[in-house]
Design a protein around this ligand. Sequence first.
Ligand code: ZN
Length: 198
Amino acid sequence: MDYYSSQISRLIEELSKLPGVGAKSAQRLAFYLISRPVEEVHTLANAMVSARENVRYCRQCQTLTDTELCPICSNPARDPRTIMVVENTRDLAAYEKTGKFNGVYHVLHGAISPMLGIGPQDIRLKELILRLQGDVDEVIIATNSSLEGETTAMYISKLIKPTGIKVTRIASGVPVGGDLENIDQVTLLRALEGRMEL
Ligand code: ZN
């Protein structure tokens, strides 16, 4: 990219490393940023750095948060005896948007995938098992209905069954291979309400 100055080329190169941003979008974003007031770009850059530096995993549910205990885990109105297991923080957000789930979550940050070499030790399962030593009435497995999501659900249910804790799986109103975050709230609620004991 010799036809751009080195600063512009560098910005384009960095932006094109972002997921879903191709060479063309990176150029468009770069020129957009350059055209904005410098304070506005500072605000964006600061938000990125600050989020990266301060966001961590919730001590309990493992979701991404900037406090030791996330707002859901530290809310006394939530029922800590009902734990919904999701693959990532975006899925948690999708269920939170429905406003109908009053329990707490456990975020795995991935799913078991023998094909990609992702095993149970590569996701936050240990942390879930530890939590089950407390008072838990039900674990709702809300992993995606993809092969990986189903594999993970089976694995977790086999782990939990011997403890006597009720294990349920959300109904398969969720399209196969569908990401929970892209599914509308009505479908999510139906999947939650129609959950079946495993
Ligand atoms: Zn939490």
